[in-house]
Design a protein around this ligand. Structure first.
Ligand code: GLU
Length: 470
């Protein structure tokens, strides 16, 4: 385990990149610092009548753009350093994918499995209430979202609490994203981080020169992948990678890991886990005694999709994957990153690769503010235009198109199509931007450093536009 604090690690990476920029020292330290941290403790009445005290945080890293944005995690390991580090990563993440938000992160130090649903509801509503009291939540202030250990259910409690506490605010439901659809959620948000991870990995694998340097063929097809974590991010990333032609050879969860060189069917593994309570003993796969062994399996792409500090100097030397795709936030420590890069590997950095979640959160927030579902205005119009076009082609050629093909071409975009294509475009163009910055530095810097340079430049520009710095 690395002894360097998580926020210090983020800042080490920041400093390395900042050295390649020409910004004033003052502006760099303003960008780097975490602007405000709110630590709350509050009592929770358990179902058995006893009282437990809960520790919770919300960190707002940078208000250079408002609202600030970032998830809320429920985990026993949550602490102040962690939320500060994660809020900083949110600032850089939003800048990289051109989402106009500052960075924030929240966390409650609980193991969600130790609490009943009604206890979790009380905790979530009380936390929201505390945030409202201190102005740490609001559609134009700070907009939370799901993260490790939370999902649409928690977001719906937050939205409902906020809505009931604020007086006739027509935009109240834009106070949080990742909500269920009937409460103003957007289609595609649940899968967004995993889908974005897939788009990012696919784009990286499509660059023939980079793959050649790794001794791999371009393209995703046949690439052997190990995924750590079968939560929301890991599950969807693995599923889309499998659909995209990759072979999922290993999956790790906290109870252990499984390995099948010929490939695992992600949905079948998820079903097995739901039924048996464990991924172990999956038919046709080999059990690995320790989940950490999965990280060291022979594969082309390793996707850590759980928590931070998974690849450290203790295991970096044994990682066989050529590509480390950081779906989680901070899974590779700063010193382990150096070791992996020195060994000639590519690391696709977290602040780019898992930005799909916040990208689609941005779409959800826009939907909430505009009070209209994406596609509502243009779907029918586009279908009519496409129908007329195809009918004209049929008349002119005297041939009829097969019905299935006709219907596919005619189909106007609905909300999910627009969200997914907006996400795909964002992930592809952002990767190209980062790759270009790396190229401008004669490929002598890592993708992470390139991503940081790009983020620092964008945040510095935003500060200049605000007139705060010359
Ligand atoms: N928790 C996600 C992240 O770390 C999503 C944040 C958001 O949508 O605001 O990026």
């Amino acid at each position: 385990m690395s002894t360097i604090k998580f926020f210090d690690q983020v800042n080490q990476n920041f400093d390395k990149a900042a050295a390649y920029t020409k910004h004033d020292k003052g502006i760099l330290s303003q960008i780097k610092i975490c602007n405000s941290v709110y630590h709350i403790t509050f009592p929770v009445k358990r179902d058995d009548g006893s009282i437990t005290t809960v520790n919770a945080w919300r960190a707002e890293h940078s208000q250079h753009k408002l609202p600030v944005k970032g998830g809320i995690r429920y985990a026993p390991s949550v602490n102040e350093d962690e939320v500060m580090a994660l809020s900083a990563l949110m600032t850089y993440k939003c800048a990289i994918v051109d989402v106009p938000f500052g960075g924030a992160k929240g966390g409650i130090r609980i193991n969600k499995n130790d609490f009943s649903e009604s206890e979790l509801e009380r905790i979530t509503r009380r936390y929201t209430f505390e945030l409202i009291k201190k102005n740490f939540i609001g559609p134009g202030i700070d907009v939370p979202a799901p993260d490790y250990g939370t999902g649409a259910r928690e977001m719906s409690w937050i939205a409902d609490t906020y809505n009931s506490m604020t007086d006739s605010n027509i935009n109240a439901f834009a106070c949080v994203t990742g909500k269920p659809i009937p409460q103003g959620g957007v289609r595609g948000r649940t899968e967004a981080t995993g889908r974005g991870t897939f788009f990012g990995i696919r784009e990286a694998c499509d660059i023939a020169d980079d793959m050649k340097r790794l001794g791999l063929k371009p393209g995703l097809d046949g690439k052997r992948v190990v995924v750590q974590g079968l939560g929301n991010v890991g599950y969807y990333a693995a599923k889309f990678l499998q659909q995209g032609g990759a072979v999922i050879v290993g999956i790790a969860e906290y109870e252990g890991a499984i390995y099948a060189p010929k490939g695992l069917d992600v949905d079948a593994v998820a079903k097995h886990r739901r039924e048996k309570g464990s991924i172990l003993d999956f038919p046709g796969a080999k059990n690995l005694a320790k989940n950490s062994e999965a990280l060291e399996l022979d594969c082309d792409i390793l996707v850590p999709a759980a928590l931070e500090n998974q690849i450290t100097m203790d295991n970096a030397g044994r990682i066989k994957a050529r590509i480390i795709a950081e779906a989680a936030n901070g899974p590779v420590t700063a010193d382990a990153s150096e070791a992996l890069l020195a060994a000639g590997k590519i690391i696709i950095p977290d602040m780019y690769l898992n930005a799909g979640g916040v990208t689609v959160s941005y779409f959800e927030w826009l939907k909430n503010l505009s009070h209209v579902r994406f596609g509502r205005m243009n779907k029918r119009f586009e279908e009519d235009v496409n129908t007329r076009l195809l009918r004209t082609v049929e008349e002119m050629t005297g041939k009829k198109l097969p019905k299935a093909l006709f219907d596919t071409i005619v189909h106007g975009p609905d909300e999910e199509d627009l969200v997914n294509s907006g996400l795909e475009e964002t992930m592809i163009s952002s990767y190209r931007q980062i790759r270009e910055v790396k190229h401008q530095h004669n490929d002598a810097i890592s993708l992470r450093t390139a991503a940081f340079i790009s983020a620092i430049n964008k945040v510095a520009l935003a500060y200049k536009e605000l007139g705060i710095f010359p």
